[in-house]
Design a protein around this ligand. Structure first.
Ligand code: ZN
Length: 239
């Protein structure tokens, strides 16, 4: 193969490589989008969990309030029973004993009522917190919705860009000899970054290994495909 033809092929392959690198960049970004969306969705989960916890707290406190009410009611019944007994009692002493019992129960009721009021205040606080969390969740949902829309937009643009680049590529490969093209494609598939590199300071521009003098001569002569024996990339002399 004459030098002019080889240099022409290399020029075309460099253009194709530029397109391939752009396709790969788009593809990496496309591959990342589901993860990024998932991360955003996870943030929403934190808000949902906080709200669930607040609801649980409210329920627990309401149960505690109810328990105090049940206890108070049972003490009141006890007092009513003592008062009935007092009607049947003849001795003054026994009457006084029951009065003392009733006083103790009334004191207990007051304690329980105080506790119930405290609990109801904490329920009120928890309800306020719940409202705050609901508002935060709604705000976060709105933000996530907006971000998802942006990602979907980006996804559509990237897909269109890849499609256009691939279409370009189909036109660019026309006329490139099959052995060059298949070698280029194979190396690109293996290396994932670049397949065609220039010599830099007598080393391979891909893996940076020093190239032997006879290989450098072959590359300068440019009459065949020359590859790096270390990394397999195609080499050309940067004029
Ligand atoms: Zn190399």
């Amino acid at each position: 193969m004459d030098k002019q033809t080889v240099l022409g092929i290399i020029d075309k392959l460099l253009i194709i490589q530029e397109r391939d690198c752009r396709i790969a960049r788009c593809q990496r970004e496309l591959d990342d989008i589901p993860n990024l969306k998932q991360n955003i969705a996870n943030k929403l989960d934190q808000h949902k969990t906080a709200l669930e916890n607040a609801k649980t707290t409210i329920k627990t406190r309401l149960v505690a309030v109810k328990q105090r009410e049940v206890e108070i009611e049972s003490l009141r019944q006890q007092i009513a029973k003592f008062r009935e007994q007092q009607f049947q009692i003849k001795s003054n002493e026994e009457f006084k004993v029951l009065n003392r019992e009733i006083a103790v129960l009334q004191e207990n009721i007051r304690g329980l009522e105080d506790r119930e009021i405290e609990l109801m205040e904490t329920v009120e606080q928890a309800l306020q917190e719940e409202n705050g969390l609901k508002a935060e969740l709604a705000k976060a949902e709105g933000a996530v919705h907006g971000e998802f829309q942006q990602f979907d937009e980006r996804l559509k643009n990237l897909e269109a860009e890849v499609q256009q680049l691939q279409l370009d590529r189909q036109g660019l490969v026309v006329g490139i000899p099959e052995d060059w093209l298949s070698r280029y494609n194979r190396v690109m598939e293996n290396r994932k970054d670049v397949a065609l590199v220039s010599v830099e300071k007598n080393a391979c521009g891909g893996c940076h290994m020093k190239l032997p003098p006879h290989v450098l001569q072959d590359i300068k002569r440019a009459d065949a495909i020359i590859t790096c024996s270390f990394c397999g990339r195609l080499l050309y002399w940067h004029a």
